[in-house]
Design a protein around this ligand. Structure first.
Ligand code: ADP
Ligand code: MG
Length: 625
């Protein structure tokens, strides 16, 4: 057989390499920003269009390139940053692989303009798919401007793989923030489709974090500082009372590079031990400086994972430093996480003249009339007077309006109060057409605050209370969003919640859908949302947690999960509000769950495809004896 091995042509090799370096527009943004920083820029401008799909441009005032360097910069393994393999252990720059520009030029239309300070004129180069189209002398200020247009134009499969503009923009903002947070001494401007997203003047680290995450961040930060031979630790942790239910603002930077490390994250979390309520995650912005020789950055092409020589010592030091800082700043243990903001005196109220309360007497009240079956805190709980702080709070609201049909959203096919187990048509195959499966007695029993046990003629059903409730709420929220049928409860005083710019952008994107679920937004500004109405399924004290979780769920939307945004919202909201394991349920509540669950279109599984209940037939039980 003749020889069959060939060397791949450069442009093909470049395209393959590009796959590693450039996954999406955000990767290009990261590489270009890093190059500008390595070029010692003091002002960097990022301009993108259509979430980077049509244009990504980075303009810097750094040192620029000579004519030869400009041309060479697009070659693979062309770098000015290392010369020998040993240099890898002395890295002071962000780039070093010499791959970024070559990769980007292989899969996009690239225009480079660059000029060094000492030169009169600059160089302009156009490259498309690794082919140099033109190289000319040009007029240019000192520094470099690189435009990357039509990313993946020659790899349609990749281009089609890109997510919606809002998702891609989010990734870009993430990368931008990670770079901007480290380099407070560089001025950054960021424009998307002509409008300014960030304008970050030169400042210090603390101010930069505040610029990026919003004005309210400042009061939440506790400084962290420690110098040892092994490492210098600086930065901030969030005060425990501001801890979030979701992992939001958690950043590690090692030698000015953003990195991900589950191990170090654990060190921080353990420093917060005893200070946080269950399932709360602290914010942190930790900057570590270590000897470049003691780490290996080269283990991942995007350089977000690194290896430390002495991980254990680092862990211990980080943990004790943060513990110390939290102690020094007098952070008292366990603060009331669920404090209901509706208990606060609202600003609008201050200085108002108090009105004399009036007394109303119900003259038709007859104490001897037989009381309607009523459960305290059940039907009478009005959301804004409900100051209960446990998870059951959400639960009770499910009942709000059950006896006031004009308030509660009740699509005909799902009138919970009238749904009868036996008579429901939509009870799924389990109960359909089989006399044996009809509910024998309407008795329910709660097992270990986790399961609801009830009997059917053929045996018994064991229902997972949290999962079942999640299914019920999910269908309700979904129905409300799609039919825009939800009714909202007006808040006495508008609720103001603060968000980062990034979160506010997200919130605006889903505003309409949220309004269909019952939210009423008076305003969503850059850093704050004003809410005057909330869905009946939630309470005022839960709203902040709910929206926080929602925003983070959208942020972390699993690529290619194939779920629609509506579905995501419904899953997130139902997940947040569903009654938890560990909550005692009254008999009525248990029965309500049972009835509502089997009135669902898809009662057998949760929105995430987990079983909601199991059945044990008498046969099954017999076999056990
Ligand atoms: P690396 O950053 O790993 O060296 P790149 O492909 O990103 O590889 O860049 C190749 C080279 O081009 C860099 O080493 C640098 O010398 C030069 N270069 C790239 N971007 C700029 C810039 N904005 N200003 C000055 N020089 C640059
Ligand atoms: Mg680079």
């Amino acid at each position: 057989m003749s020889d069959i091995i060939q060397l791949l042509p450069d442009h093909v090799a470049n395209q393959i390499a590009a796959g590693e370096v450039v996954q999406r527009p955000a990767s290009v943004v990261k590489e270009l920003l890093e190059n500008a920083i390595d070029a010692k820029a003091t002002h960097i401008k990022l301009i993108i269009k259509e979430a980077g799909k049509t244009l990504i441009q980075v303009i810097d005032d750094g040192m620029g390139m000579s004519v030869t360097d400009a041309r060479l910069s697009f070659e693979r393994h062309a770098t000015s940053k290392i010369k020998t393999a040993e240099d890898l252990f002395q890295l002071k720059t962000k780039g070093f692989r010499g791959e970024a520009l070559a990769s980007i030029a292989a899969i996009a239309h690239v225009e480079l303009k660059t000029k060094q300070e000492k030169d009169e004129v600059g160089t302009e180069i156009k490259i498309e798919g690794s082919q140099v189209i033109s190289q000319e002398v040009c007029v240019s200020p000192k520094g470099t401007s690189i435009s990357v247009k039509n990313l993946f134009y020659n790899i349609p499969a990749r281009r089609n793989f890109l997510k919606s503009n809002s998702v891609e923009l989010r990734h870009i903002i993430d990368e931008f923030q990670r770079v901007a947070m480290v380099h407070a001494t560089i001025k950054f401007d960021f424009y998307h489709n002509g409008s300014e997203i960030f304008n970050l003047p030169i400042s210090n680290r603390r101010q930069r974090i505040v610029q990026v995450f919003g004005g309210k961040t400042n009061e939440k930060l506790v400084p962290v500082n420690e110098e040892t031979d092994l490492v210098s630790i600086s930065g901030f942790v969030g005060k425990p009372e501001y801890a979030k239910r979701t992992r939001g603002e958690q950043f590690f930077f090692v030698n000015d590079r953003f990195i991900k490390s589950a191990y170090l994250n654990h060190a921080v979390s353990s420093a917060f031990e005893g200070l946080l309520k269950e399932k709360a995650h602290p914010s942190y912005f930790i900057y570590l400086k270590v000897d470049p020789q003691s780490i290996d950055i080269n283990i991942h092409p995007t350089k977000t994972e690194i290896k430390f020589d002495d991980e254990h010592a680092l862990y211990a030091m980080l943990r004790s430093t943060i513990k110390h800082s939290l102690g020094q700043f007098n952070v008292a243990p366990v603060l009331d996480f669920n404090r209901d903001s509706s208990m606060d005196t609202p600003y609008e109220y201050k200085g108002k003249i108090a009105q004399t309360p009036t007394i109303e007497v119900d003259r038709s009240f007859n104490p001897f009339k037989e009381e309607k079956k009523e459960n305290a805190g059940f039907s009478s709980s009005k959301p804004y007077t409900d100051f209960k702080k446990d998870a059951a709070g959400s639960w009770e609201n499910l009942y709000v309006g059950l006896d006031t049909p004009d308030i509660a959203p009740k699509p005909v096919e799902n009138n919970f109060s009238t749904v009868e187990f036996e008579s429901t048509e939509v009870t799924g195959s389990l109960f359909k057409g089989n006399e044996n499966t009809e509910l024998a007695h309407n008795t329910t029993y709660q097992l270990r605050r986790k399961y609801i046990v009830t009997t059917i003629k053929s045996g018994m059903v064991i229902i997972n209370q949290h999962r079942a409730h999640q299914r019920i709420l999910y269908e309700e929220v979904l129905r409300n969003i799609t039919m825009a049928s939800a009714v909202s409860q007006q808040l006495l005083f508008p609720l103001k919640l603060s968000f980062s710019k990034q979160e506010a952008i997200l919130l605006k994107e889903v505003k309409e859908q949220l309004e269909n679920t019952g939210f009423v937004f008076d305003d969503i500004s850059e850093e704050e949302a004003t809410i005057s109405g909330i869905p009946t399924v939630t309470t005022e004290s839960e709203v902040s947690m709910l929206l926080e979780k929602l925003v983070s769920d959208i942020e972390q939307e699993v690529p290619d999960s194939g779920f629609s945004l509506t579905d995501l919202l419904a899953r997130s909201i139902s997940g947040s509000l569903a009654v938890r394991t560990g909550v005692d349920l009254e008999i009525e509540q248990q029965q309500h769950i049972v009835n509502s669950l089997f009135a669902c279109t898809e009662p057998t599984i949760t929105p995430d495809n987990k079983p909601t209940f199991i059945t044990l037939t008498v046969d099954d039980i017999d076999k056990k004896f």
